[in-house]
Design a protein around this ligand. Structure first.
Ligand code: URA
Length: 437
Protein backbone atom coordinates (compact mmCIF):
# COMPACT_ATOMS: atom_id res chain seq x y z
CA UNK A 1 0.00 0.00 0.00
CA UNK A 2 1.21 3.54 -0.73
CA UNK A 3 0.09 6.74 0.97
CA UNK A 4 0.21 8.49 -2.42
CA UNK A 5 -2.51 6.16 -3.79
CA UNK A 6 -4.71 6.70 -0.73
CA UNK A 7 -4.47 10.49 -1.11
CA UNK A 8 -5.20 10.24 -4.85
CA UNK A 9 -8.21 8.00 -4.26
CA UNK A 10 -9.80 10.36 -1.73
CA UNK A 11 -8.89 13.42 -3.78
CA UNK A 12 -10.88 11.86 -6.64
CA UNK A 13 -13.90 11.29 -4.37
CA UNK A 14 -13.59 7.52 -4.00
CA UNK A 15 -14.34 5.49 -0.87
CA UNK A 16 -11.38 4.30 1.19
CA UNK A 17 -11.31 0.73 2.50
CA UNK A 18 -10.93 -0.10 6.19
CA UNK A 19 -7.42 -1.38 5.39
CA UNK A 20 -6.38 1.89 3.76
CA UNK A 21 -7.69 3.92 6.70
CA UNK A 22 -5.88 1.67 9.20
CA UNK A 23 -2.68 1.95 7.15
CA UNK A 24 -2.86 5.75 7.29
CA UNK A 25 -3.57 5.98 11.04
CA UNK A 26 -1.06 3.33 12.12
CA UNK A 27 1.63 4.78 9.83
CA UNK A 28 1.02 8.36 10.91
CA UNK A 29 0.92 7.45 14.58
CA UNK A 30 4.21 5.57 14.25
CA UNK A 31 5.87 8.55 12.54
CA UNK A 32 6.27 6.62 9.26
CA UNK A 33 3.91 8.83 7.25
CA UNK A 34 5.10 12.45 7.07
CA UNK A 35 2.96 15.46 8.04
CA UNK A 36 2.79 16.67 4.43
CA UNK A 37 1.09 13.48 3.22
CA UNK A 38 -1.21 13.34 6.24
CA UNK A 39 -2.13 17.01 5.64
CA UNK A 40 -2.95 16.29 2.00
CA UNK A 41 -5.24 13.44 2.98
CA UNK A 42 -6.96 15.55 5.66
CA UNK A 43 -7.60 18.27 3.09
CA UNK A 44 -8.96 15.70 0.61
CA UNK A 45 -11.29 14.42 3.36
CA UNK A 46 -12.26 18.01 4.16
CA UNK A 47 -13.48 18.55 0.58
CA UNK A 48 -14.67 15.05 -0.39
CA UNK A 49 -16.06 13.94 2.98
CA UNK A 50 -16.28 10.40 4.32
CA UNK A 51 -19.23 7.99 4.24
CA UNK A 52 -20.66 6.53 7.48
CA UNK A 53 -18.69 3.32 7.11
CA UNK A 54 -15.42 5.17 6.40
CA UNK A 55 -16.03 7.50 9.39
CA UNK A 56 -16.62 4.52 11.69
CA UNK A 57 -13.45 2.83 10.35
CA UNK A 58 -11.45 6.02 10.94
CA UNK A 59 -12.84 6.27 14.49
CA UNK A 60 -11.90 2.68 15.29
CA UNK A 61 -8.43 3.07 13.80
CA UNK A 62 -7.82 6.16 16.01
CA UNK A 63 -9.28 4.37 19.04
CA UNK A 64 -6.95 1.42 18.41
CA UNK A 65 -3.85 3.65 18.21
CA UNK A 66 -3.40 3.43 22.00
CA UNK A 67 -4.67 1.97 25.24
CA UNK A 68 -8.32 1.37 26.01
CA UNK A 69 -9.74 1.68 29.49
CA UNK A 70 -11.32 -1.44 30.93
CA UNK A 71 -14.18 -0.48 33.25
CA UNK A 72 -15.62 -4.00 33.49
CA UNK A 73 -14.69 -4.25 37.20
CA UNK A 74 -17.25 -1.54 37.93
CA UNK A 75 -20.76 -2.99 38.24
CA UNK A 76 -23.64 -1.27 36.42
CA UNK A 77 -24.03 0.56 33.14
CA UNK A 78 -21.37 3.26 32.87
CA UNK A 79 -22.67 6.27 30.93
CA UNK A 80 -20.34 9.01 29.73
CA UNK A 81 -21.27 12.53 28.62
CA UNK A 82 -19.37 14.66 26.14
CA UNK A 83 -19.85 18.23 25.03
CA UNK A 84 -18.43 19.48 21.74
CA UNK A 85 -17.42 22.59 23.68
CA UNK A 86 -18.84 25.97 24.45
CA UNK A 87 -18.35 29.14 26.47
CA UNK A 88 -19.18 28.78 30.16
CA UNK A 89 -19.99 25.08 29.78
CA UNK A 90 -19.61 23.66 33.29
CA UNK A 91 -22.36 21.02 33.00
CA UNK A 92 -19.97 18.14 33.75
CA UNK A 93 -19.22 19.60 37.20
CA UNK A 94 -22.93 19.48 38.06
CA UNK A 95 -23.87 16.32 36.17
CA UNK A 96 -21.15 14.05 37.54
CA UNK A 97 -22.29 14.15 41.19
CA UNK A 98 -25.94 14.49 40.20
CA UNK A 99 -26.18 11.30 38.13
CA UNK A 100 -23.85 9.47 40.53
CA UNK A 101 -26.33 10.31 43.31
CA UNK A 102 -28.99 8.66 41.11
CA UNK A 103 -26.93 5.44 41.06
CA UNK A 104 -25.25 5.77 37.65
CA UNK A 105 -21.55 4.85 38.01
CA UNK A 106 -19.42 7.70 36.62
CA UNK A 107 -15.84 6.82 35.62
CA UNK A 108 -14.92 9.90 33.67
CA UNK A 109 -11.77 10.81 31.78
CA UNK A 110 -11.72 14.44 30.75
CA UNK A 111 -9.43 16.46 28.56
CA UNK A 112 -7.74 19.72 29.38
CA UNK A 113 -9.14 22.70 27.55
CA UNK A 114 -7.68 24.27 24.47
CA UNK A 115 -9.20 27.67 23.78
CA UNK A 116 -11.50 29.91 25.82
CA UNK A 117 -11.62 28.33 29.26
CA UNK A 118 -10.05 25.25 30.69
CA UNK A 119 -11.54 21.79 30.40
CA UNK A 120 -13.27 20.00 33.26
CA UNK A 121 -9.99 18.84 34.83
CA UNK A 122 -8.58 22.38 34.80
CA UNK A 123 -11.74 23.63 36.49
CA UNK A 124 -11.51 20.89 39.13
CA UNK A 125 -7.88 21.81 39.74
CA UNK A 126 -9.00 25.23 40.92
CA UNK A 127 -10.22 23.41 44.06
CA UNK A 128 -7.15 23.36 46.36
CA UNK A 129 -5.68 19.87 46.68
CA UNK A 130 -7.83 18.21 44.00
CA UNK A 131 -5.87 15.44 42.30
CA UNK A 132 -6.72 14.63 38.67
CA UNK A 133 -4.18 11.84 38.22
CA UNK A 134 -5.25 8.58 39.84
CA UNK A 135 -3.66 5.22 39.08
CA UNK A 136 -6.07 3.01 37.07
CA UNK A 137 -6.65 0.76 40.10
CA UNK A 138 -7.38 3.74 42.38
CA UNK A 139 -9.73 5.17 39.75
CA UNK A 140 -11.74 1.95 39.51
CA UNK A 141 -11.71 1.50 43.28
CA UNK A 142 -13.06 5.01 43.89
CA UNK A 143 -15.96 4.49 41.45
CA UNK A 144 -16.77 1.18 43.14
CA UNK A 145 -16.70 2.85 46.58
CA UNK A 146 -18.47 6.17 46.02
CA UNK A 147 -19.83 5.89 42.47
CA UNK A 148 -17.76 8.64 40.88
CA UNK A 149 -14.24 9.64 39.82
CA UNK A 150 -12.91 12.13 37.27
CA UNK A 151 -9.33 11.98 36.00
CA UNK A 152 -7.28 13.70 33.32
CA UNK A 153 -7.25 11.74 30.11
CA UNK A 154 -3.74 10.42 29.54
CA UNK A 155 -1.79 10.68 26.31
CA UNK A 156 -1.98 6.88 26.03
CA UNK A 157 -5.65 7.08 25.05
CA UNK A 158 -6.16 7.54 21.27
CA UNK A 159 -2.69 9.11 20.77
CA UNK A 160 -3.26 9.38 17.01
CA UNK A 161 -6.04 11.88 17.72
CA UNK A 162 -3.65 14.19 19.53
CA UNK A 163 -1.23 14.18 16.57
CA UNK A 164 -4.01 14.56 14.03
CA UNK A 165 -5.70 17.36 15.95
CA UNK A 166 -2.45 19.33 16.14
CA UNK A 167 -2.05 18.90 12.37
CA UNK A 168 -5.68 19.86 11.65
CA UNK A 169 -5.24 22.95 13.79
CA UNK A 170 -2.49 24.30 11.50
CA UNK A 171 -3.90 23.10 8.16
CA UNK A 172 -7.42 24.63 8.38
CA UNK A 173 -9.05 21.19 8.58
CA UNK A 174 -10.60 21.30 12.07
CA UNK A 175 -14.16 22.05 11.04
CA UNK A 176 -14.87 18.91 9.03
CA UNK A 177 -17.81 16.84 10.34
CA UNK A 178 -16.26 13.36 9.80
CA UNK A 179 -12.96 14.53 11.31
CA UNK A 180 -14.63 16.06 14.38
CA UNK A 181 -16.92 13.04 14.80
CA UNK A 182 -14.07 10.51 14.60
CA UNK A 183 -11.89 12.61 16.92
CA UNK A 184 -14.58 12.87 19.62
CA UNK A 185 -15.88 9.31 19.33
CA UNK A 186 -12.44 7.64 19.22
CA UNK A 187 -11.65 9.11 22.65
CA UNK A 188 -15.08 8.28 24.04
CA UNK A 189 -14.82 4.67 22.84
CA UNK A 190 -11.29 4.32 24.23
CA UNK A 191 -12.38 5.59 27.63
CA UNK A 192 -14.56 2.55 28.04
CA UNK A 193 -18.10 3.64 28.97
CA UNK A 194 -21.02 1.42 27.93
CA UNK A 195 -23.18 4.29 26.68
CA UNK A 196 -22.63 7.91 25.64
CA UNK A 197 -24.71 11.10 25.79
CA UNK A 198 -23.44 13.80 23.45
CA UNK A 199 -24.12 17.50 23.85
CA UNK A 200 -23.63 19.00 20.40
CA UNK A 201 -23.43 22.78 20.69
CA UNK A 202 -24.57 25.18 17.99
CA UNK A 203 -24.14 28.94 17.73
CA UNK A 204 -21.61 31.75 17.92
CA UNK A 205 -19.57 30.04 20.66
CA UNK A 206 -19.47 26.56 19.08
CA UNK A 207 -17.68 24.67 16.31
CA UNK A 208 -21.02 24.27 14.54
CA UNK A 209 -22.44 27.66 13.65
CA UNK A 210 -25.75 26.48 12.11
CA UNK A 211 -28.38 24.00 13.29
CA UNK A 212 -28.22 21.86 10.15
CA UNK A 213 -24.49 21.19 10.57
CA UNK A 214 -24.98 20.48 14.28
CA UNK A 215 -27.64 17.86 13.46
CA UNK A 216 -25.36 16.34 10.82
CA UNK A 217 -22.48 16.10 13.32
CA UNK A 218 -24.81 14.61 15.95
CA UNK A 219 -26.18 12.03 13.49
CA UNK A 220 -22.66 11.10 12.38
CA UNK A 221 -21.52 10.50 15.98
CA UNK A 222 -24.67 8.58 16.95
CA UNK A 223 -24.22 6.40 13.82
CA UNK A 224 -20.60 5.63 14.83
CA UNK A 225 -21.73 4.63 18.34
CA UNK A 226 -24.36 2.27 17.00
CA UNK A 227 -21.98 0.72 14.44
CA UNK A 228 -19.57 -0.22 17.21
CA UNK A 229 -22.26 -1.35 19.64
CA UNK A 230 -22.25 1.57 22.11
CA UNK A 231 -25.64 3.05 22.84
CA UNK A 232 -25.31 6.75 21.94
CA UNK A 233 -27.77 9.65 21.91
CA UNK A 234 -27.18 13.33 21.16
CA UNK A 235 -28.84 16.56 22.20
CA UNK A 236 -28.37 19.64 20.05
CA UNK A 237 -28.14 22.65 22.37
CA UNK A 238 -27.83 26.39 22.04
CA UNK A 239 -24.43 28.08 22.31
CA UNK A 240 -25.39 31.43 20.80
CA UNK A 241 -24.80 33.00 24.21
CA UNK A 242 -22.62 31.64 27.05
CA UNK A 243 -24.15 29.01 29.32
CA UNK A 244 -24.99 30.33 32.78
CA UNK A 245 -23.34 33.52 34.00
CA UNK A 246 -19.76 32.53 34.89
CA UNK A 247 -16.92 31.99 32.40
CA UNK A 248 -13.49 31.17 33.84
CA UNK A 249 -12.28 28.17 35.79
CA UNK A 250 -12.79 28.93 39.52
CA UNK A 251 -15.78 31.15 38.73
CA UNK A 252 -17.42 28.22 36.93
CA UNK A 253 -16.75 25.87 39.86
CA UNK A 254 -18.53 28.34 42.15
CA UNK A 255 -21.50 28.49 39.77
CA UNK A 256 -21.66 24.69 39.55
CA UNK A 257 -21.75 24.47 43.37
CA UNK A 258 -24.51 27.11 43.47
CA UNK A 259 -26.45 24.99 40.97
CA UNK A 260 -26.05 21.89 43.15
CA UNK A 261 -27.50 24.01 45.98
CA UNK A 262 -30.50 24.96 43.83
CA UNK A 263 -29.25 28.54 43.41
CA UNK A 264 -27.74 28.33 39.93
CA UNK A 265 -28.77 29.88 36.60
CA UNK A 266 -31.92 28.52 34.97
CA UNK A 267 -30.30 27.59 31.64
CA UNK A 268 -27.52 25.59 33.30
CA UNK A 269 -30.02 23.72 35.48
CA UNK A 270 -32.26 23.02 32.49
CA UNK A 271 -29.37 21.63 30.44
CA UNK A 272 -28.17 19.46 33.31
CA UNK A 273 -31.67 18.03 33.76
CA UNK A 274 -32.02 17.30 30.02
CA UNK A 275 -28.59 15.65 29.69
CA UNK A 276 -28.90 13.92 33.06
CA UNK A 277 -32.32 12.46 32.19
CA UNK A 278 -30.82 11.07 28.95
CA UNK A 279 -28.01 9.49 31.00
CA UNK A 280 -30.48 7.92 33.46
CA UNK A 281 -32.51 6.46 30.58
CA UNK A 282 -29.43 4.81 29.04
CA UNK A 283 -28.34 3.53 32.45
CA UNK A 284 -31.73 1.94 33.04
CA UNK A 285 -32.36 4.21 36.07
CA UNK A 286 -35.48 5.82 34.57
CA UNK A 287 -38.26 4.65 32.24
CA UNK A 288 -38.89 8.03 30.67
CA UNK A 289 -37.28 11.46 30.37
CA UNK A 290 -39.97 12.90 32.67
CA UNK A 291 -39.20 10.31 35.34
CA UNK A 292 -35.46 10.96 34.97
CA UNK A 293 -35.88 14.72 35.38
CA UNK A 294 -38.13 14.27 38.42
CA UNK A 295 -35.55 11.96 40.06
CA UNK A 296 -32.74 14.44 39.42
CA UNK A 297 -34.75 17.36 40.78
CA UNK A 298 -35.45 15.41 43.98
CA UNK A 299 -31.72 14.69 44.37
CA UNK A 300 -30.94 18.38 43.98
CA UNK A 301 -33.67 19.55 46.32
CA UNK A 302 -32.83 17.02 49.04
CA UNK A 303 -29.14 18.03 49.01
CA UNK A 304 -28.04 14.49 48.03
CA UNK A 305 -26.37 15.73 44.82
CA UNK A 306 -24.37 18.33 46.78
CA UNK A 307 -23.47 15.67 49.34
CA UNK A 308 -22.16 13.44 46.52
CA UNK A 309 -20.10 16.38 45.19
CA UNK A 310 -18.50 16.84 48.63
CA UNK A 311 -17.78 13.11 48.84
CA UNK A 312 -16.23 13.17 45.36
CA UNK A 313 -14.06 16.24 46.03
CA UNK A 314 -12.86 14.81 49.35
CA UNK A 315 -12.04 11.39 47.81
CA UNK A 316 -9.71 13.10 45.30
CA UNK A 317 -7.93 15.23 47.91
CA UNK A 318 -9.83 18.48 47.29
CA UNK A 319 -10.78 20.89 50.06
CA UNK A 320 -14.50 20.15 50.74
CA UNK A 321 -15.00 23.58 52.37
CA UNK A 322 -15.29 24.86 48.81
CA UNK A 323 -18.92 23.71 49.02
CA UNK A 324 -19.87 25.94 51.94
CA UNK A 325 -17.17 28.56 52.54
CA UNK A 326 -16.15 31.60 50.49
CA UNK A 327 -12.46 32.29 49.99
CA UNK A 328 -11.36 28.71 49.25
CA UNK A 329 -11.23 29.08 45.46
CA UNK A 330 -8.55 31.31 43.89
CA UNK A 331 -9.80 34.86 43.31
CA UNK A 332 -8.51 37.53 40.93
CA UNK A 333 -6.99 40.74 42.23
CA UNK A 334 -9.11 43.26 40.28
CA UNK A 335 -12.79 43.34 39.33
CA UNK A 336 -14.63 45.92 37.24
CA UNK A 337 -18.13 46.29 35.82
CA UNK A 338 -18.84 46.62 32.13
CA UNK A 339 -21.59 49.28 32.00
CA UNK A 340 -24.22 49.35 29.24
CA UNK A 341 -23.92 52.26 26.81
CA UNK A 342 -27.69 52.30 26.07
CA UNK A 343 -31.00 51.23 27.59
CA UNK A 344 -33.19 48.50 26.07
CA UNK A 345 -33.23 44.72 25.91
CA UNK A 346 -30.29 42.40 25.34
CA UNK A 347 -30.74 41.09 21.78
CA UNK A 348 -27.66 38.89 21.64
CA UNK A 349 -24.32 38.11 23.33
CA UNK A 350 -21.61 36.95 20.97
CA UNK A 351 -20.32 33.89 22.82
CA UNK A 352 -17.19 33.74 20.69
CA UNK A 353 -16.23 37.31 21.67
CA UNK A 354 -16.83 36.49 25.35
CA UNK A 355 -14.62 33.43 24.85
CA UNK A 356 -11.88 35.64 23.38
CA UNK A 357 -12.12 38.06 26.30
CA UNK A 358 -11.59 35.31 28.90
CA UNK A 359 -8.64 34.07 26.83
CA UNK A 360 -7.24 37.59 26.97
CA UNK A 361 -7.59 37.53 30.75
CA UNK A 362 -5.59 34.28 30.79
CA UNK A 363 -8.34 31.74 31.59
CA UNK A 364 -7.74 29.64 28.47
CA UNK A 365 -4.86 28.02 26.58
CA UNK A 366 -3.33 29.46 23.41
CA UNK A 367 -1.54 26.15 22.90
CA UNK A 368 -1.15 22.79 24.64
CA UNK A 369 1.72 24.00 26.85
CA UNK A 370 0.18 27.32 28.00
CA UNK A 371 -0.35 27.85 31.73
CA UNK A 372 -3.79 29.08 32.61
CA UNK A 373 -4.88 31.49 35.33
CA UNK A 374 -7.62 29.69 37.26
CA UNK A 375 -8.89 32.79 39.06
CA UNK A 376 -9.78 35.13 36.19
CA UNK A 377 -12.88 35.36 34.03
CA UNK A 378 -16.17 37.09 33.46
CA UNK A 379 -19.49 36.96 35.25
CA UNK A 380 -22.39 38.07 33.10
CA UNK A 381 -25.07 40.15 34.78
CA UNK A 382 -27.40 40.25 31.78
CA UNK A 383 -28.48 37.51 29.37
CA UNK A 384 -30.48 37.60 26.14
CA UNK A 385 -33.99 39.02 26.72
CA UNK A 386 -33.09 40.88 29.93
CA UNK A 387 -33.94 44.59 30.21
CA UNK A 388 -31.02 46.92 30.85
CA UNK A 389 -30.64 50.61 31.72
CA UNK A 390 -27.80 52.78 30.44
CA UNK A 391 -24.91 52.61 32.92
CA UNK A 392 -26.12 49.33 34.49
CA UNK A 393 -23.58 46.48 34.60
CA UNK A 394 -23.73 44.03 31.71
CA UNK A 395 -20.97 41.91 33.21
CA UNK A 396 -18.13 41.94 35.74
CA UNK A 397 -14.56 41.18 34.69
CA UNK A 398 -12.15 39.45 37.11
CA UNK A 399 -8.49 40.03 36.22
CA UNK A 400 -4.96 39.96 37.56
CA UNK A 401 -3.70 42.71 35.27
CA UNK A 402 -5.23 46.18 34.92
CA UNK A 403 -4.24 46.40 31.26
CA UNK A 404 -5.90 43.12 30.37
CA UNK A 405 -8.93 44.10 32.44
CA UNK A 406 -9.47 47.16 30.24
CA UNK A 407 -9.00 45.22 27.00
CA UNK A 408 -11.41 42.50 28.16
CA UNK A 409 -14.02 45.08 29.20
CA UNK A 410 -14.00 46.55 25.68
CA UNK A 411 -14.40 43.11 24.12
CA UNK A 412 -17.24 42.19 26.48
CA UNK A 413 -19.01 45.45 25.72
CA UNK A 414 -18.72 44.79 21.98
CA UNK A 415 -20.16 41.27 22.47
CA UNK A 416 -23.50 42.68 23.67
CA UNK A 417 -26.22 43.84 21.26
CA UNK A 418 -28.86 46.06 22.84
CA UNK A 419 -32.13 46.96 21.08
CA UNK A 420 -35.55 48.35 21.85
CA UNK A 421 -37.72 45.28 21.36
CA UNK A 422 -37.69 42.32 23.75
CA UNK A 423 -36.55 39.29 21.71
CA UNK A 424 -38.48 35.99 21.90
CA UNK A 425 -37.04 33.54 24.48
CA UNK A 426 -34.14 31.49 23.10
CA UNK A 427 -34.61 27.70 23.03
CA UNK A 428 -31.93 25.78 24.89
CA UNK A 429 -32.45 22.24 23.61
CA UNK A 430 -32.99 22.44 19.87
CA UNK A 431 -33.46 18.74 19.22
CA UNK A 432 -32.40 15.19 19.96
CA UNK A 433 -30.84 12.50 17.80
CA UNK A 434 -32.06 9.22 19.30
CA UNK A 435 -29.96 6.09 19.35
CA UNK A 436 -29.96 3.96 16.19
CA UNK A 437 -30.36 0.22 16.41
N1 URA B 1 -13.36 18.15 19.99
C1 URA B 1 -12.57 17.10 19.73
O1 URA B 1 -12.25 16.31 20.60
N2 URA B 1 -12.14 16.94 18.46
C2 URA B 1 -12.48 17.78 17.45
O2 URA B 1 -12.08 17.56 16.34
C3 URA B 1 -13.32 18.87 17.76
C4 URA B 1 -13.76 19.02 19.05
Amino acid sequence: MRMYDIILKKRNGKELTAGEIQYFIAGYNAGEIPDYQASALLMAIYFQGLGDRETADLTMAIRDSGEQADLSAIPGIKVDKHSTGGVGDKTTLVLVPLVAAAGVPVAKMSGRGLGHTGGTVDKLESIPGFNVTLEPAQFIDQVRRIGVAVVAQTGHLAPADKKLYALRDVTATVDSIPLIASSVMSKKLASGADAIVLDVKVGSGAFMRDTQSAFKLAQTMVAIGSRVGRRTVALITDMDQPLGFAIGNALEVKEAIDTLKGQGPGDLLELCLSLGAAMLLLAGKAESTAEGRAKLLTLLESGQALQKFIEFITAQGGDPRVAWEDGILPAAEFTADVPALASGYIQGINAEAIGRSVMLLGAGRENIDSRIDLSVGIVLKKKVGDPVKQGEALAVTHANSKERLEQARELVRSAYRIGEIKPPPARLVLGTVPEMF
